[in-house]
Design a protein around this ligand. Structure first.
Ligand code: ZN
Length: 250
């Protein structure tokens, strides 16, 4: 059984569609939040994600912001402009979908028969919506906040994996190369990177395919038509900086 693991789509439909096509066959979909914000296609991305097989989806900070659950002034000027534009564009169905998303989840709830269970959180299992797992200290603390073997997170837009040797001690980071396959056991926190706005200086859309039987993740990247997305962003008047950063991957 295979899961497609995606995060931080950020209303970039071209990147999302390219990832779905590149992934090939998969049985379930785990989406780690931030479906909207920054990009020009919020409703279309939500519609597309909803069509994916056996969807398990949690909420991100940008999704929370468009629902008025987070003060927009917690974001910088440009991110706030994108949030305001997104709010003015979202359909009632899209708002209702985002409003139903939990802050964190684990697969025991929806799929009790899986061989091994995982926790999903946008930022971290400790503070699901806001905490950025960027260093070993915060990752080490995070291992105490979930009781499944593995936890998938997004939010930083950086593909990274933290693992704990022998279930104890400091978390160790691993920066995965594209195509790298990693056996997760015994415990790991896994970030697939971002579909719609990568920030590791690699502009290609990032995602993971996870084999639930062998417990192996494969880190994948795929090129998509960035110019096409930038054109749509210009038409909607989204901030220039967000348009420019797509091609630099920052
Ligand atoms: Zn994000």
């Amino acid at each position: 059984m295979k899961a497609l693991v995606i995060s931080d789509i950020h209303a970039n439909l071209t990147a999302l569609d390219t990832v779905i096509k590149d992934a090939g066959e998969f049985d379930m979909t785990w989406c780690l939040g931030d479906l909207v914000g920054y990009g020009p296609d919020p409703n279309q991305c939500i519609e597309r994600v909803r069509e994916l097989p056996n969807l398990f989806c949690i909420i991100g900070n940008h999704d929370s912001a468009v629902l008025d659950q987070i003060d927009p002034y917690a974001f910088n000027n440009e991110a706030r402009r994108a949030i305001e534009w997104t709010k003015s564009t979202l359909s009632i169905a899209s708002v209702a979908f985002l409003d139903r998303l939990p802050e964190r989840a684990d697969t025991r709830q929806a799929y009790p028969d899986l061989p091994n269970h995982v926790t999903l959180a946008h930022g971290s299992p400790r503070q699901p919506v806001w905490e950025y797992l960027l260093d070993t200290d915060s990752a080490t603390r995070s291992f105490e906040f979930f009781d499944t073997a593995y936890c998938f997170v997004g939010h930083t837009h950086l593909p990274i994996l933290f693992y704990q040797h022998n279930n104890q001690g400091s978390a160790r980071p691993l920066m995965p190369e594209t195509g790298l396959e990693i056996a997760l056991s015994p415990r790991a926190i896994i970030n697939p990177g971002s579909v719609g706005q990568p920030r590791d200086r690699d502009s290609r859309a990032a995602y993971i395919l996870y084999d639930l039987d062998s417990e192996v993740v494969q880190y994948r990247r795929v090129e998509y038509d960035i110019k096409e997305v930038q054109q749509r962003m210009r038409k909607t008047g989204l901030p220039d900086r967000h348009i420019a950063r797509l091609e630099g991957g920052w």
